[in-house]
Write a protein of this length. Structure first.
Length: 171
């Protein structure tokens, strides 16, 4: 039985909101089967306070969360990634580095940036909650895929379908 966790890297431009949420969600929902990380090409250097707030309200551990540059995952000794997901359009348009190890499966799971929400404070709070909900739904579908039962082409199709915004399991 393989006990090595499946490594997943979530990328977002500033690594301050969406990718951080995804890291926390998968680390909990993956129940040890997955090890999740996050990074970005232009890290903000700190996790957005509303990101920490929503995660804490949902009882997620936020102790080790930090904004980091994706170069951290290209260095010798970095974890080898099995999957890499972009969660923002800026990062999806960037040329990603080469990750150590086997070629990681990649997909784009676009989530609107809650920091772009305009209006009242409650509009911003709702945007953060919607980003969290979308990520939670997609990650729930992902962790329930039979990863060992799919060839690479079928798995890629499933990953792309999850990123298509469908809030249901792929067909």
């Amino acid at each position: 039985m393989n006990t090595k966790p499946i490594n997943v890297l979530f990328l977002c431009a500033h690594n301050a909101v969406r990718s951080i949420m995804a890291e926390a969600i998968l680390n909990r929902e993956g129940m040890g089967r997955f090890k999740s990380y996050s990074a970005g090409p232009f890290p903000r250097g700190e996790v957005h306070p509303q990101t920490i707030s929503i995660l804490q309200r949902m009882n997620y551990d936020t102790a080790g969360l930090r904004s980091k540059h994706w170069d951290e995952f290209t260095r010798p000794g970095a974890p080898e990634m099995d999957f890499v997901f972009t969660v923002c359009d800026v990062t999806a348009g960037e040329t990603c580095p080469v990750w150590p190890g086997e070629e990681a499966m990649q997909a784009h799971w676009p989530i609107p940036d809650p920091l772009d929400a305009t209006g009242t404070a409650s509009t911003g709070t709702l945007a953060f909650a919607e980003a969290f909900r979308s990520l939670d739904t997609r990650i729930s579908i992902f962790v329930n895929l039979r990863l060992d039962g799919l060839d690479r082409m079928r798995l890629q199709s499933q990953l792309d379908h999850i990123g298509g915004g469908a809030d249901r399991a792929p067909a």
